[in-house]
Design a protein around this ligand. Structure first.
Ligand code: SF4
Ligand code: SF4
Length: 361
């Protein structure tokens, strides 16, 4: 059976572009009073603000071009974002940085990173340098006729696929991502299974990433994972790991909250669920996020808000690494992290990151 690949999905179709980063920062700041903000909360609870540690993950955002247009997208991605793709000289700087920074993991994200012309070159070079490579895939992109051989390429290069799938059923998935997404995602997953993904092979890891609907917090339990396994097995699909993340109040989801006058209630809910234990596993501690223009950020979320890296280690002269062209591991270590009220999204409940919960179950 052939499944139609979803075109720009229904929920976000016809939306205006997301708010400018400055407007987003303002909205987030105004949502909570100064004493309830993220930094103030750390201080009130006498929690030392975590600093960056040794670099582990180099996350490259290749641009916002995507074949989908999901309602919760925190990068405002879509089919009309071709101009945002990482340019050739920046790709070259990223290739050189992989050799210089020697990250354990190269994490390719977007948009749909697979749509970038240099995607395979980046995968090959990162693998040649011995890095574990992650492809953050929306699954449906694997069905595009022009990318028919991509799944086999990923399998051949032992790339871990972190695939977003909001829910283990059609209605929840299609509501966020557009009509037909569930069926297309299942077809892509079955193809990956046929290539050896999702069968406990460490060289063919298939991780599913779910996110809750709207303002609900992500709270995955072992029972949830078992239920997902059962429901997807009924569809002939297997996977290795299920992780979840909270919806970040950034870009399209922030705009949606603003339209519904729910920015402050959502931020308050996140702040109320603040979990100090979630600070230990924050991805900003060991990840460097690179924007399509080569600029550096503590995480993909800060990238969308145009928040640069935090201040250097105490007493060190500020030699702020301007871009991926020159940054060194030493310049990153022990730097402060650029916090904002959106950081409550990563520290609420079980904690939330690109690797899932930041606390142990
Ligand atoms: S959430 Fe992912 S699949 Fe959906 S529009 Fe954004 S980048 Fe594309
Ligand atoms: S948004 Fe999350 S990952 Fe980014 S700086 Fe804040 S806590 Fe860290």
């Amino acid at each position: 059976m052939t499944t139609t690949v979803p075109t720009p999905s229904a929920p976000a179709q016809g939306r205006p572009r997301a708010l400018a980063p400055q407007q987003q920062r303002q909205l987030l700041q105004n949502a909570l009073g100064p004493e309830a903000g993220f930094s103030a909360t750390l201080a009130q609870r006498q929690l030392a603000a975590p600093r960056r540690s040794a670099l582990r993950v180099l996350q490259l955002n290749l641009g916002r071009l995507c074949n989908m247009q999901c309602s919760h997208c925190h990068v405002d991605a879509g089919p009309d974002q071709g101009a945002s793709q990482m340019a050739g000289p920046v790709v070259q700087q990223c290739l050189e940085a992989i050799g210089r920074l020697r990250p354990q993991v190269v994490d390719l994200t977007g948009g749909a990173p697979e749509l970038h012309g240099a995607f395979r070159r980046l995968v090959r070079e990162a693998r040649r340098q011995g890095c574990h490579v992650i492809d953050r895939s929306n699954l449906t992109v694997l069905l595009l006729p022009a990318l028919a051989d991509l799944a086999a390429f990923l399998a051949d290069h032992q790339v871990e696929i972190v695939a977003s799938l909001p829910a283990p059923e059609a209605s929840g998935t299609d509501a966020q991502r557009g009509e037909g997404t569930w069926a297309a995602s299942l077809e892509a997953l079955r193809r990956l299974n046929q290539l050896g993904y999702g069968q406990n092979d460490p060289d063919r890891l298939l991780t599913l990433m779910s996110n809750p609907a709207g303002m609900a917090l992500q709270q995955l339990t072992a029972c949830d994972t078992a239920a997902w396994r059962r429901r997807l097995a009924e569809q002939g699909v297997g996977f290795d790991r299920l992780i979840g993340l909270n919806n970040m109040p950034i870009a399209r989801f922030l705009q949606q909250l603003a339209e519904q006058e729910q920015v402050a209630p959502y931020l308050k809910q996140l702040a109320k669920s603040f979990n100090p234990s979630a600070l230990c596993g924050l991805m900003c501690r060991d990840t460097l996020s690179v924007a399509p223009d080569g600029r550096l950020h503590d995480c993909d979320f800060n990238q969308m808000l145009e928040l640069g890296l935090g201040a250097p280690a105490d007493g060190a002269p500020d030699q702020a690494p301007a871009s991926i062209a020159t940054v060194t591991r030493e310049q990153l270590e022990r730097r402060a992290i650029a916090w904002g009220n959106h950081c409550f999204g990563c520290t609420a409940g079980q904690g939330s990151s690109c690797s899932g919960a930041t606390t142990s179950p």
